[in-house]
Ligand binder design. Structure first.
Ligand code: UDP
Length: 492
């Protein structure tokens, strides 16, 4: 792939502004690689702390000669009541500080504008920015270029979220358990208020949410990390109701073609990847369950213990990623006080960051117990691995509906309550029996297991077709570059 999306002589120049959180930065690094592989120039906006986590991405760009430039802007954490160096969402202690964090992001508006005016490259043709960075709409308008919105959601959840905001569906509902019917949704959908995107009030967020929504209405299009064939109805419906051009360019994780870049995605893992692969190689194909809840979710100690006891009772091999760290030292005590040793033959525990895609794509993995963040979900789809869904907050509950009710490639563990990040429940909401039952349903119950696997593999094949040459997402990337190039030429 090179230069095939170009039109006119000047290079089309995309400015990517990701939200500073791993679940948003990682797909944007994939997007940067893809755009550059198709011949575009990319400026990737980041901050010093985030840049240090992007070292392997920077090395990859350098090695391959891709036209991607990382630009670090100073992040004014202290000015907004955040500890110095708190430049990424996983460093915030609780969701109560999210609005401070987003205000600090918004303060990057002038530095970004100044940088884009002064830089030596061809002038920017288009900004693709995270939906949380509503303020980039102003920057794009002042530079006279389009802004495309990237939320990191799938089409299904983008549509849910849009209808909820448009119709103000949550405003007068006081009972968090009240079921909300999403009007005009192409497939039947009901969600309890608390499980809707934006269903749990977060201090200081109401005004910011409104700004985000207003900028969504003004953006020049939407980029989705999904593919047309996966959720056709919902993507078409999203396009119709928003009257925005929707560019499906995913699954972007498929841009990784070698094991080094796959293993180096995101943070540095604390394990030796070769040991992990060797362990996986020693397991039967499709026999291992992978348990991981993304980059932000912090599961409370009692809940972790129940989960561990459920895995133990299931008797299945597992890899379990635990991020309790210093926050919950009692978890470490429990692990070393009798859990880890007896299960060590069939259970691998990874403390901290795991090379998730490397693990998921190994043939030994037969099921993924996931929090249903969209990146994790689509990575599992690409691997053809069915899921046990354990959503915690945000749009994870609507992603669960897509996986379980529409695509039919997963079973629910049965989460009732919503986790408030930074205010995790003391008691377990999902019991060891729930875990054991879900693992059995996905991995043991022969007929059902076979059907889940067949459907998951079909999704993986469709994903690959959409991404490969002449597939729908491949063509969309080319068209996107072409269209932004044409706009640039028309402006002179
Ligand atoms: N991830 C990873 N190792 C981890 C945790 C997460 O590689 O230990 C990656 C995962 O592969 C995905 C992203 O981080 O690409 C998490 O995004 P997702 O949307 O699934 O969840 P979030 O972290 O935003 O809740």
């Amino acid at each position: 792939m090179s230069g095939d999306g170009q039109s006119g002589s000047a290079r089309v120049h995309f400015v990517l502004v990701p939200m500073m959180a791993q679940g948003h930065i990682i797909p944007m690094t994939d997007m940067a690689s893809l755009l550059a592989e198709h011949g575009a120039q990319v400026t990737f906006i980041t901050t010093p702390v985030n840049a240090s986590r992007l070292a392997s991405f920077a090395a990859h760009v350098e090695e391959t000669g891709l036209a991607v430039r990382l630009v670090e802007l100073h992040f004014p954490a202290a000015k907004f009541g955040l500890p110095d160096g708190c430049e990424t969402v996983d460093m915030i202690q609780s969701q109560d500080l999210l609005s401070n964090f987003l205000e600090a992001c918004a303060a990057l508006r002038e530095p970004l504008k100044a940088h884009l005016r002064e830089q030596q490259l061809p002038p920017p043709s288009c900004i693709i920015s995270d939906t949380m960075h509503w303020w980039t709409g102003d920057v794009a308008r002042e530079l006279g270029i389009p802004r495309l919105n990237f939320s990191g959601f799938c089409g299904f959840s983008s549509l849910v979220s849009y209808i909820i905001c448009r119709d103000n569906l949550l405003k007068h509902i006081t009972d968090e358990n009240e079921l909300i019917t999403i009007p005009g949704f192409p497939t039947p959908l009901e969600l309890a208020k608390a499980k809707c995107p934006g269903g749990i009030p977060i201090p200081g967020m109401e005004q910011i949410r409104e700004k985000i929504y207003q900028e969504e209405l003004r953006c020049n299009g939407v980029v989705l990390n999904s593919f047309k064939e996966l959720e056709t109805l919902h993507i078409e419906s999203f396009e119709q109701v928003t009257r925005k051009k929707v560019w499906t360019v995913g699954p972007m994780c498929l841009c990784h073609q070698n094991s080094n870049t796959i293993a180096a995605r995101g943070n540095k893992a604390p394990i030796d990847e070769a040991d992990c692969l060797q362990w996986l190689d020693s397991m039967k194909p499709g026999s291992v369950i992978f348990v991981s809840f993304g980059s932000l979710t912090c599961t409370a100690p009692q809940q972790l213990i129940e989960l561990g006891l459920g895995l133990e009772a299931s008797k299945k091999p597992f890899i379990w990623v635990i991020k309790a760290g210093d926050k919950f030292p009692e978890v470490e005590e429990w692990l070393s006080d009798g859990f880890e040793e007896p299960v060590k033959e069939r259970g691998m525990i990874i403390r901290g960051w795991a090379p998730q895609v490397m693990i998921l794509w190994h043939q030994a993995i037969g099921g993924f117990m996931t929090h249903c963040g969209w990146n994790s979900t689509i990575e599992s789809i690409c691997a053809g691995v069915p899921m046990i869904t354990w959503p915690h907050f945000a749009e994870q509950f609507s992603n669960e509906k897509l996986v379980v009710d529409v695509l039919n490639i997963g079973v629910e563990v049965g989460v009732e309550g919503v986790t408030r990040w930074g205010h995790e429940h003391k008691e377990a909401m999902v019991t060891r029996n729930d875990v054991e039952r879900a693992v059995y349903a996905l991995m043991d119950e022969e007929k059902a297991q076979e059907q889940f696997r067949v459907r998951a593999k079909e999704c993986a094949i469709k994903a690959r077709r959409a991404f490969d040459e002449e597939g729908s997402s491949y063509n969309n990337i080319k068209l996107l570059i072409q269209e932004m190039g044409n706009k640039m030429n028309a402006c002179g």
